[in-house]
Design a protein around this ligand. Structure first.
Ligand SMILES: Cc1ncc(COP(=O)(O)O)c(C=O)c1O
Length: 400
């Protein structure tokens, strides 16, 4: 992958001399995405799917194209099975609250879930749905034997993070789906950190629901998506309904439309959807295999630079090849936020710090958060070197 050429697509780099390593939160956008959104606002800022004038028709067509592009990116052959949402959190909530689960049903997660795949299930306790979690151990790798043991007959749903946002480890999704289906359980994967970084094929995975964020993969802020199998979508109730979700209504009755309309209530973020389509096209043109290789090569390099710095402890497996694009670490007893602020002050190195919305995991492991560097396709070895140098400067200042 020609990273220098890729960087030319990102206006951010012609404005800033910063090292952006907060990609697990959200990524930068290439000019192709920005222009697609600008095009909507400047040339056809109308409402799709409702009005029938020429601009509205153009919006509807652009929306359909975007749905096809994002579907293709994750291996979904039927765009009607892809719902646009405002983020991965909304996608996960749509399933936890909209799929018909009953009192006594059990949902199995891991112990390293983002709050977005933990809190919605905890809320379901009010309806008698219980949550159970399987350990990923010190190295963050799912224990398949423990998972099999957790799969009792009451388990209706397995809802797991595909690649987690603390350690960057990935579950063996194919095995998980097979074991769950043998048990008669459905599977939802939280793909927020997987879809941007590895090739995902929802059909060959045979997964029932796949939730992901588009702002973590070059798309506009506040965009996500949910893929689901047709039968699952038919069984699900929309958690928000209203304009655009129904065919005919009377004062007393209504008829919900089929997916995706059933789940996309009200006026949409058209620019966001159109920009997401452009982001998916950009990624497909590069090839997700290439993106994965780049992420891992960079993680190897960054890990090699940080590993032996005094006081630095990298979380998760020793092998960077198992940590996707994520490198979480701590420096002695320093507060992660202090480290993050110092890296920014020393050389404009922008990382994330804190509990990364995974309080349960950190508390269970007795760790008070971490500093997290997360790379993407435009980061290069120079970014890693600047980060390592800034950290070296900080450590030297503190006399560690
Ligand atoms: C693993 C994981 N799941 C879910 C989310 C929530 O994503 P969003 O902010 O798009 O709702 C995140 C965000 O960081 C994440 O890392």
């Amino acid at each position: 992958m020609d990273v220098q050429r890729i960087r030319d697509d990102f206006p951010f780099y012609s404005i800033h001399d910063l090292v952006y390593l907060d990609n697990a939160c959200q990524t930068l956008r290439p000019v192709q995405v920005i222009e697609a959104m600008d095009g909507y606002y400047q040339e056809y800022p109308a409402c799709g799917g409702r009005s029938v004038h020429r601009l509205a028709t153009r919006v509807s067509i652009a929306m359909e194209r975007a749905r096809e592009s994002v579907s293709r990116l994750v291996g979904n052959g039927d765009p009607d099975q892809l719902i646009f949402t405002k983020n991965c959190t909304e996608s996960l909530n749509m399933v936890s609250k909209g799929y018909p689960l009953s009192r006594g049903d059990v949902v199995v997660t891991t112990d390293i879930e983002h709050n977005s795949n933990c809190v919605p299930w905890l809320q379901m306790a009010d309806r008698g749905v219980r949550k159970r979690h399987v350990s990923t151990g010190e190295d963050g790798l799912l224990d398949l034997e423990a998972f099999k043991e957790a799969m009792t007959p009451e388990v209706r749903m397995v809802s797991m993070v595909h690649t987690n946002n603390i350690l960057g480890t990935t579950i063996p999704a194919r095995d998980v789906v097979e074991i769950a289906h043998d048990n008669g359980s459905l599977v939802m994967l939280d793909g927020a950190q997987a879809a941007p970084h590895i090739p995902v094929d929802v059909e060959s995975l045979d997964v029932d629901f796949y939730a992901f964020s588009l702002h973590k993969m070059l798309g506009p802020s506040g965009m996500g998506a949910l893929y689901a199998k047709e039968a699952c979508l038919e069984s699900m109730e929309p958690i928000i309904a209203g304009g655009g979700t129904v065919g005919m209504t009377s004062y007393d009755d209504m008829q919900l439309l089929p997916s995706p309309d059933k789940f996309e209530a009200g006026l949409h973020n058209y620019a966001g959807i159109i920009g997401s389509g452009a982001a998916a096209e950009y990624l497909m043109a590069l090839g997700m295999d290439q993106v994965r290789e780049h992420d891992i090569a960079l993680n190897r390099y960054l890990s090699s630079l940080l590993r032996d710095l005094p006081g630095v402890r990298i979380l998760g497996p020793e092998d960077p090849g198992l940590r996707s694009s994520i490198l979480s670490f701590n420096v002695g007893g320093l507060n992660p936020h202090d480290v993050a602020m110092a890296l920014d002050e020393i050389d404009g190195v922008l990382v994330r710090s804190g509990y990364h919305c995974c309080h349960a995991y950190f508390n269970a492991h007795g760790i008070k958060g971490s500093v997290r560097a997360s790379t993407y396709l435009y980061n290069d070895r120079r970014d890693c070197e600047r980060m390592a140098q800034a950290l070296r400067t900080l450590i030297a200042k503190l006399g560690k």
